[in-house]
Design a protein around this ligand. Structure first.
Ligand code: MV4
Length: 454
């Protein structure tokens, strides 16, 4: 096991990683920016090292400063958390070159799965379902137009180096397709330095279902079942739950096993998530693989009992996966609510400033992952998430009942938060009846605003 782990992150995930590290007997080093000087999570670190000013580009994204901090504090591993450098294969490689263990996949596995075309090709080999589309990169717009004709419009043009909704164009006819290929290519060159684009069938009404996986360096990979992350706005997830409701166990197991097969084939170590879209017939199509621990990992921890962050550290230290597939089962249902310091009534405007009131809920099946305490000043530089409320029950109904109670108890202010939004979401017919698709929250918010305007 490692002696000292450096955490190249901040906020709730820095706290989450430190807790897992401590449990494994590792010391922790936390790097921080000047804007995070008073971060309450720094008190839990054995050492804290300032790596620069508030803007992430001058601190949390600086390879040189993070590596220097690891070397001067004699850290033997770096956990990147999520965001910042978590999916940066170059940073990963620099860690390897400096003889510091990057807690996550090797640079090769990260690069392969991070490249959408390479990932999709590997998925085809492992039997992971993907959308019908181009066989790799589009070389010739005429060929692309022919292919689109045969799979049928609408199609979507995607950048191989894109992700999270960047570099995508929807085309309903040939003219839009030709324009989309050209503009997506230009955008991809400018944004990622890689202009490769591909096309696939575009699915209108879909749910976002993802599979949590774990791999090790001994050729093992398991899945920890799935989560539904359909409730989102502008590619920002709001509510996640697991297991994904309304997926037949046989379909679920087949898709989850295919996701684990993909991770295994990539020679992947650590936590990974395979994202899928699911249509109304429960047909699945893989979108992309996230090569990091995700914000919503606690949903899976509550329903499987597996400590995903601890496992990510153990496998990075060379240990065999702490769980075998046959030992993983689903216990009940869990739902996570992302509490952001944003005003849902003012276009989700971020609310920087002091959190004066911060009373978190408790009781059976209630978990709060947060770095905030009363008096904490939210810096304007970073993501506005201040807490994750995760509830667990024997079934979805009990989880929702606990969510209602816990969301009612939760007090945070004076600035607006997304707590008020979550209290409304759980009462909607759409959420209660799982009558959801990836655009439902945006449609519902617009309808609400229209009613408020009359
Ligand atoms: C799609 C799609 C429909 N059909 N691909 C958006 C982010 C990136 N991960 C892929 N995305 C999509 N790919 C096909 N073939 C619709 C989306 C999409 C989406 C996916 C998941 C969650 C929210 C979304 C919001 C808009 C579009």
């Amino acid at each position: 096991m490692f002696n000292r782990i450096l955490i190249a992150n901040r906020g709730e995930i820095a706290l989450r990683i430190m807790r897992a590290a401590r449990e494994l007997g590792c010391e922790t080093v936390c790097v921080y920016s000047e804007a995070d000087r008073d971060g309450p999570w720094l008190e839990l670190a054995d050492e804290a090292v300032c790596i620069g000013p508030g803007p992430a580009a001058d601190s949390y994204l600086r390879f040189d400063r993070i590596i220097a901090a690891a070397e001067t504090t004699q850290a033997d591993a770096i956990h990147p958390g999520y965001g910042f450098l978590a999916e940066n294969a170059q940073f990963n490689e620099v860690c390897v070159d400096c003889n510091i263990r990057f807690i996550g996949p090797n640079p090769q596995a990260m690069a392969t799965l991070g490249d959408k075309i390479a990932c999709k090709n590997l998925a085809k080999e492992t039997g992971t379902p993907v959308f019908p589309g181009s066989d790799g990169q589009i070389e010739d717009p005429d060929e692309a137009a022919q292919l689109a004709e045969s799979i049928g419009y609408p199609v979507i043009v995607k950048a191989s180096a894109g992700g999270g909704g960047r570099g995508m164009r929807i085309a309903h006819d040939e003219a839009q397709l030709r324009a989309g290929i050209s503009s997506a290519t230009q955008e991809a060159v400018a944004a990622f330095g890689n202009g490769a684009v591909y096309i696939e069938k575009f699915l209108e009404r879909a749910r976002h279902v993802e599979v949590q996986c774990l791999g090790d360096d001994h050729g093992n990979a398991v899945h920890l079942f799935n989560r539904d992350c359909t409730s989102q706005r502008r590619h920002q997830k709001l509510v996640e739950e697991g297991p994904a409701p309304g997926v037949d166990p046989a379909v679920r197991d087949r898709v989850c096993e295919s996701a684990a097969a993909l991770i295994r084939a990539a020679g992947y170590s650590g936590a990974a998530t395979c994202e899928f879209l699911m249509d109304e017939s429960q047909d699945f199509y893989m979108l992309e693989v996230n090569t990091r621990v995700q914000v919503e990992h606690p949903v899976t921890e509550l329903i499987t009992g597996v400590d995903i962050v601890k496992a990510s550290i153990q496998v990075a230290a060379g240990e065999v996966l702490p769980v075998r597939q046959e030992d993983v089962s689903i216990n009940g249902h869990a739902i996570e609510f992302r509490i952001n310091a944003e005003d849902p009534d003012r276009n989700f405007m971020p609310q920087a400033g002091v959190m004066e009131t911060f009373n978190t809920p408790g009781g059976m099946g209630v978990r709060v992952d947060s770095h905030v305490r009363p008096g904490y000043r939210i810096p304007p530089n970073y993501d506005s998430m201040i807490a994750k409320l995760i509830v667990h029950g024997r079934d979805r109904e009990e989880a929702i009942a606990r969510a209602r109670s816990a969301l009612g108890e939760f007090q945070a202010g004076p600035g607006a938060t997304t707590l008020s939004l979550h209290r409304k979401i759980i009462e909607t017919d759409q959420f209660r009846n799982v009558d959801m698709d990836i655009h439902w929250v945006e449609r519902w918010l617009e309808a609400q605003a229209a009613v408020a305007a009359t």
